[in-house]
Design a protein around this ligand. Structure first.
Ligand code: ARG
Length: 466
C-alpha cells in the first residue's frame, strides 16, 4: 500500500529496509506532548484567521485532546509505517474525526512542525535541568557551610600545594554550576523563537498569524527567516554544548570523589547507598555512581560532537540527516539529568574524615609559601629571595624527614640568620588558611560568608520558583 499521508504519486509502499532507516517513531514518540501543543496552537490560529472553519477547528482540538489522553494512558498505538510522531498523531486524528483532520496541516509542513516540537522539548528540558542544577548547588553550598573551616590539602599537579578548606573546594563547584546555569539560560533566551509557520521552507500563501502561535506557545517572537527556521539546529547544539561543559564539571568532581574515597586518600566515605561491593574481594567498597558520572560525560560530549558532524555539511534547508538530531540529544540530556541527581545524592551522603584531611593538609611542605610570605612581610625580603631561602629550609626538613614547623630556630637561622621565633606563628595549616583572607581566598571566614551567601540566594530562588 502506498503511504496514506502522501500516497498521491506513489504506486507502492516502501521497501522494508527503507521503512526501517526512515522511521523515527522509535524515538520521536517523546515529542508527542509538544507535537499536540504545537498543533493546538496552529489550529486555533487557523480558525482565528478564517483559514479553517470554527467547527472543523473544534473537532480537531477535541480529537487532539482525545489523542493526548490515549498517549498518557498508554493506549495509543504507535506505528512504524507511519514514520514519525507527527504522522502517527495526524493519522489517529483522521481515524477519530474523519477527513477533516487533514485541514490541520494547512499552512504547515513537518519541517516547521518538527522544528517547533523539538524547540519546545529542549526548552522544557532546559527548565528541568536548571532546577536540578540548583538542587545540586544547594547541596554543595550546605555542605560547604558545614565544612567552611575543615582544612584539607589544595592541589596543583595533584601535588600538595597549599592548605585550603573543604568548604572552599565544594564552593568551587557551586561557581561552575552557576556558569552552567547561565549558559543554559542564555541558550534558552536565544532559542525562544517560534519557527511554526515557516512551512516547508519558504513560508506560506495563507494569511497566518505567526505572532499568535508564537505567543500561544510561550515564545518571545516568531523566527524571522523561513529558510533558517527549518534548517536551524543551533538550539540543540547550544544546549548540548552547555550540557557537555556541565558534564565535564560533574566528571571532575566525580573523579575527585573516586580519589577521596580510596584508602590511600581516605578524605571522605560514601555510605552503602552510593557504593557497591565486589563479588570476589570482600573488603571492596566501590564508588560506582561517581565512576558512572565520570563515564557518562563521554556520552554527552559524544552527542554534541555527533550533531556538529551531522550538521556541518548540510545545504539549506531541511535534509533528512537532521532527523539524527534527536536520539543523541535525548540520550545526552537524560544522562546529564541522571548524573546531576546522582551527584546531588552523593554530596548529601558523603562523610568527610576531617582528621585525615587535616593531617594530609600539612604533608608535602604545603605551608612553604606561608614561610616565604613571612620572610617577605617581616624581613622585607624580595619574594624571589624568600622563595630561595624557603627552598633551602624545605630541603633541610626533607633531609631530616620532618615538617617545616619541626625545624628549630637554630636550624632556620643556619639558613637565614634574621629569622626569629615569630616565624613559627605562621607555620601551621590552620594558620595558613586563616591568613588567606584576600577576596575569593580560602580563609574560613571568607568561605563561611560565601557559603551563606549561596545558601540564602539559592533558597530565595527556590522560594520564588515555588
Ligand atoms: N521525522 C522528521 C524529523 O525528525 C520530521 C520532518 C520530516 N520532514 C520531511 N520533509 N520529511 O526530522
Amino acid at each position: 500500500m502506498s503511504n496514506k499521508m502522501w500516497g498521491g504519486r506513489f504506486a507502492s509502499g516502501p521497501d522494508a529496509i527503507m521503512e526501517e532507516i526512515n522511521a523515527s517513531i522509535g524515538f520521536d514518540y517523546r515529542l508527542a506532548a509538544q507535537d499536540i501543543r504545537g498543533s493546538r496552537a496552529h489550529v486555533a490560529m487557523l480558525a482565528e484567521a478564517g483559514i479553517v472553519g470554527r467547527e472543523h477547528a473544534q473537532a480537531i482540538a477535541r480529537g487532539l485532546d482525545q489523542i493526548q489522553g490515549e498517549i498518557e494512558a498508554g493506549t495509543f498505538v504507535f506505528s512504524r509505517s507511519l514514520e514519525d510522531i507527527h504522522m502517527n498523531i495526524e493519522s489517529r486524528l483522521a481515524e477519530i474525526i474523519g477527513p477533516d483532520a487533514g485541514r490541520l496541516h494547512t499552512a504547515r509542513s513537518r519541517n516547521d512542525q518538527v522544528a517547533v516540537d523539538f524547540r519546545l522539548w529542549i526548552r522544557d528540558t532546559v527548565d528541568d535541568l536548571d532546577l536540578q542544577m540548583r538542587d545540586l548547588q544547594q547541596a554543595l553550598a550546605e555542605r560547604a557551610l558545614e565544612n567552611a573551616g575543615a582544612v584539607m590539602p589544595g592541589f596543583t599537579h595533584l601535588q600538595s600545594a597549599q592548605p585550603v578548606t573543604f568548604g572552599h573546594h565544594l564552593l568551587a563547584y557551586v561557581e561552575m554550576l552557576s556558569r552552567d546555569r547561565g549558559r543554559l539560560a542564555d541558550a534558552r533566551e536565544r532559542l525562544n523563537e517560534c519557527p511554526l509557520g515557516a512551512a516547508a521552507l519558504a513560508g506560506t500563501s495563507f494569511p497566518i498569524d505567526r505572532e499568535a502561535t508564537a505567543r500561544a506557545l510561550g515564545f518571545d517572537r516568531p523566527t524571522a527567516n523561513s529558510l533558517d527556521s527549518v534548517s536551524d539546529r543551533d538550539f540543540v547544539l547550544e544546549v548540548l554544548g552547555a550540557a557537555a561543559i556541565c558534564a565535564v564539571h560533574l566528571s571532575r568532581l566525580a573523579e575527585e570523589i573516586v580519589l577521596w574515597v580510596t584508602p590511600q586518600f581516605g578524605f571522605v566515605q560514601l555510605s552503602d547507598k552510593f557504593t557497591t561491593g565486589s563479588s570476589i574481594m570482600p573488603q571492596k567498597r566501590n564508588p560506582d555512581a561517581a565512576e558512572l558520572v565520570r563515564g557518562k560525560a563521554g556520552r554527552v560530549i559524544g552527542s554534541l560532537n555527533g550533531l556538529m558532524i551531522v550538521m556541518k555539511g548540510l545545504p539549506l534547508t531541511y535534509s533528512k540527516d537532521m532527523q539524527e538530531d534527536k536520539e543523541g540529544a535525548f540520550d545526552a540530556l537524560q544522562s546529564l539529568s541522571l548524573c546531576i541527581a546522582a551527584m546531588t545524592g552523593m554530596i548529601r551522603d558523603l562523610a568527610p574524615d576531617l582528621k585525615r584531611m587535616k593531617a594530609a593538609a600539612g604533608a608535602g611542605f604545603s605551608i612553604a609559601t606561608d614561610l616565604a610570605d613571612w620572610l617577605v612581610r617581616e624581613l622585607k625580603m624580595p619574594f624571589r629571595q624568600a622563595h630561595h631561602v624557603t627552598g633551602s629550609l624545605v630541603k633541610l626538613a626533607s633531609d631530616r624527614k620532618i615538617g617545616l614547623e619541626k625545624l628549630s630556630l637554630a636550624d632556620m637561622q643556619s639558613v637565614e640568620p634574621q629569622i626569629t621565633q615569630a616565624v613559627f606563628e605562621v607555620l601551621g595549616v590552620e594558620k595558613s588558611v586563616r591568613s588567606r583572607k584576600s577576596y575569593g581566598g580560602t580563609a574560613p571566614a571568607n568561605v563561611r560568608a560565601q557559603a551563606k551567601r549561596w545558601v540564602a540566594k539559592l533558597a530565595k530562588e527556590a522560594a520564588k520558583a515555588g
